[in-house]
Design a protein around this ligand. Structure first.
Ligand SMILES: Cc1ncc(COP(=O)(O)O)c(C=O)c1O
Length: 378
């Protein structure tokens, strides 16, 4: 398999662990093992006694039960397949669903795996471009126009990385209806779900309301537990489920037992984790709103609607930011602040954008280093 490198992951690989001030992370503030064990009495002793053998290939039954019961309204534990992060689930699903020559439509910009695996498999990938016009949004007419009789699947991501876009309930229903009317498979990347600023904005999981949809979830983002490498896909189609499990025998076979143990506790007490992380996000967003007003000569702020990330544009006429990659590299060099240049994503005028992440506790402090830099470039 000759797959192109993931621009975003290669960029993070180079800088994330050598740069002190992270201002572009997509995951929320993490928790320690001890903090997770404290959520449930007697779990520390049980964790120490946990036997490190193989686990069920589809995922620990208690974890699948907890996922199905707490995050979905119409999915059963047997519809949930636990994977190594969201990444493994994307990789396997694309491999079992798609054949060379298949036509798929992918919301764009997108996390690279969501289109690159299909490209590598020889599919015809049509990018459904989001629009940046006084805030990021999507246009359903463009989506419908891109569908051909050959279109097999639609790939979407809400809340969206990198723009922070989130459709209304009504618009999401329309997307589902479009998929249903054209008999499309729908891959719905929901890894930032539960990070809606208003809980009333939360969308139903796609897999709960459309039988050809699958929903992707993960512990990495909203729960701040990326190090567990636990994600899952909710699939109802029996044949696809079997094909998925059979493929997984060649990737990880089963998940990490200790990670499944901790993920189960975390999900049973998810309000604690979500409340803390949403608190951080909302506090940081207020600070960012002020920051972007102050520095409107440099950035056009596109306020996000949900999630821990946003994708502002460089303001026309900003001095010192001809392209965002040079700007981000100089920023790392001079201040140790890590931002993500837009050209790590597949979007129009990519060089005009920068991804900000604001799910971390130290964001206000990190922002002061960026402010100093901006003051110096004038
Ligand atoms: C939209 C989206 N999907 C999937 C992933 C992969 O998640 P994980 O690292 O937990 O496998 C990411 C990571 O940034 C993402 O942003």
């Amino acid at each position: 398999m000759n797959i192109k490198p993931s621009k975003l992951e290669r960029y993070f690989d180079k800088y994330e662990f050598k740069t002190p001030y992270l201002l572009s992370s997509s995951d929320c503030e993490s928790f320690t093992i001890s903090e997770i064990l404290q959520l449930e009495e007697s779990s520390e002793a049980a964790f120490k006694q946990f036997r490190l053998g193989y686990t069920e290939a589809q995922g620990n039954p208690e974890l699948r039960e907890t996922i199905a019961a707490t995050l979905y309204t119409d999915s059963k534990p047997e519809d949930v397949i636990v994977c190594a992060g969201a990444e493994e689930a994307i990789f396997i699903y694309m491999n079992i669903l798609l054949k060379p020559g298949d036509h798929i439509i992918v919301q764009s910009p997108a996390y690279q795996s969501l289109y690159e695996i299909a490209n590598t498999l020889g599919c015809k990938v049509n990018e459904w471009h989001m629009i940046d016009d006084e805030g990021w949004h999507i246009d359903l007419d463009t989506l419908v126009a891109a569908i051909t009789p050959e279109t097999k699947a639609l790939v979407v991501n809400f809340p969206h990385n990198p723009t922070g876009f989130h459709p209304s309930q009504e618009m999401f229903k329309q997307i589902i209806d479009i998929a249903r009317d054209h008999n499309l498979y729908l891959f719905c990347d929901e890894v930032y779900r539960c990070l809606e600023y208003d809980p009333g904005d939360r969308l139903p999981a796609a897999s709960d309301i459309y039988n050809k949809a699958v929903s992707l979830g993960v512990m990495s983002k909203a729960y701040g537990l990326a190090g567990l490498r636990i994600g899952w896909l909710v699939i109802k189609d029996k044949q696809l489920k079997e094909a998925f499990c059979a493929f997984k025998d060649y990737t990880t076979i089963c998940s990490s037992g200790p990670s499944e143990f901790l993920a189960t506790i975390a999900l049973k007490h998810q309000e604690v984790l979500l409340n803390r992380n949403l608190g951080i996000i909302k506090h940081n967003l207020e600070i960012l709103n002020t920051f972007f007003t102050m520095y409107s000569a440099h950035f056009t702020w596109n306020p996000p609607i949900a999630g821990p990330i946003a994708f502002p544009r460089v303001a026309k006429g900003s001095k010192g930011m001809k392209d965002t990659e040079s700007f981000c590299l100089d920023l790392i060099d001079k201040t140790g602040v890590l931002l993500l240049p837009g050209n790590t994503f597949n979007c129009k005028n990519a060089n005009q954008y920068i991804r900000f992440g604001f799910g971390r506790k130290n964001m206000p402090e990190v922002l002061t280093h960026l402010e100093e830099y901006l003051e110096n470039i004038g």
